[in-house]
Write a protein that binds this ligand. Structure first.
Ligand code: PLP
Length: 349
């Protein structure tokens, strides 16, 4: 058996999704004439209570377009230390937009409104960098799929608003946050000037993300998307996959969450220091291997030898992610392999 838990991006489109893609009405999207893209942009904007949305090939681009709309060159975006924007977008904010960043650290990526506000320096005058935006990641990827508390988001919005700082939501996995917490998308989004979402993570589409905001900001972002070379033509086939994902795959995320918890529990039963199952709120299990006499990449290799693929993201940090292509049999197999691997690693101590 081969069970790929490296990420929820490894899913392949189902036959039913491919069927819908094959028959999607399309047009030239650079001319604004692809009706499947147009209906997806309207649908997702409405879902999040925003005026408009622009489809992008990746979540990184959706994030980058959004923060470009909020932060001028030489100004500052602040974000959590292990946020995707700061750690996993290859310096795009600096490279393309002249945006500088500073970071605050948070246990499991969990938002406490006071943390960013302590380092925020709005209107810093002619000598120091001014903070103009704050990014919040929900769920927090490297934090282990952490769902951000709505009261802290509201508190941050209030504090930031008072000093003229705008908020961006990196909602690549906002779907998971919604399914885990029951908080409506509109409720999550209303505190943010810009929002990015991904269809190619847990929702299982092959490609596609979206940046959401006001009509004005989205119109501007559309120009920047083209400037960056991501003006696309008959991409209704991709938008159709996203429509299908929202119709069919969104409710399935609850199963991913249950399966991640199961795997975490089985690992915890062998070695409690590795993962606290109570912290597994969504589909990500981040494993802390500090108490084990081997590195995360060695651990990942041992699991891989038994057919279970996980990511090693730091010297002692491994991550596994459940997704739509993992059923209960795959879950049980992965949990057994990981538990046995942990046992073997501990015996080597
Ligand atoms: C995956 C991800 C993105 C976007 O990644 P792409 O690979 O560029 O689509 C953005 N933010 C978070 C938190 C992510 O996990």
């Amino acid at each position: 058996m081969r069970v790929d838990l490296r990420s929820d991006t490894v899913t392949v489109p189902s036959d039913a999704m491919r069927e819908v893609m094959a028959h999607a009405p399309v047009g030239d999207d650079v001319y604004g004439e692809d009706e499947t893209v147009n209906s997806l942009e309207e649908r997702v904007a409405a879902l999040f209570g925003k005026e408009a949305g622009v489809f992008t090939p990746s979540g990184s681009l959706a994030n980058q377009l959004a923060i470009r709309m909020l932060v001028a060159p030489g100004e500052e975006l602040i974000a959590e230390t292990f946020s995707h924007i700061v750690r996993a977008e290859l310096g795009a904010a600096a490279t393309f937009s002249g945006i500088t960043t500073r970071t605050w650290p948070a246990e499991r990526g969990l938002l406490r409104a006071d943390d960013p506000m302590e380092i925020a320096r709005p209107s810093s005058g002619p000598y120091q960098v001014s903070t103009t935006a704050i990014a919040v990641e929900n769920t927090h990827n490297f934090g282990g799929g952490t769902v951000q508390p709505l009261d802290e988001i509201a508190k941050l919005h209030h504090a930031a608003n008072e000093v003229g700082i705008l908020l961006h939501l990196d909602g690549a996995r906002i779907w998971n946050a919604h399914v885990a917490s029951g908080v409506p998308f509109i409720e999550y989004a209303k505190y943010f000037e810009t929002v990015s979402v991904c269809f190619s993570k847990g929702l299982g589409a092959p490609v596609g993300s979206m940046m959401l905001s006001t009509k004005e900001k989205v119109a501007k972002a559309r120009i920047w998307r083209k400037r960056y070379g991501a003006g696309m033509r008959q991409i209704g086939i991709l938008a159709a996959a996203a429509h299908f994902a929202l119709d069919t795959n969104l409710p399935l995320l609850a199963q991913d969450h249950r399966r991640a918890k199961f795997i975490a529990q089985q690992c915890h039963d062998v070695e409690p220091s590795v993962i606290n199952p109570a912290f597994v709120e969504t589909n990500i299990v981040s494993m802390d291997l500090t108490q084990l006499p081997l590195s995360a990449s060695e651990f990942a290799q041992m699991a891989k030898d038994e057919g279970v693929l996980i990511s090693s993201l730091g010297p002692k940090f491994a991550r596994l992610v459940t997704h739509i292509d993992i059923d209960d049999a795959a879950m049980k197999y992965a949990a057994d392999v990981l538990a046995a691997t942990l046992k073997r690693a501990l015996m080597a101590k």
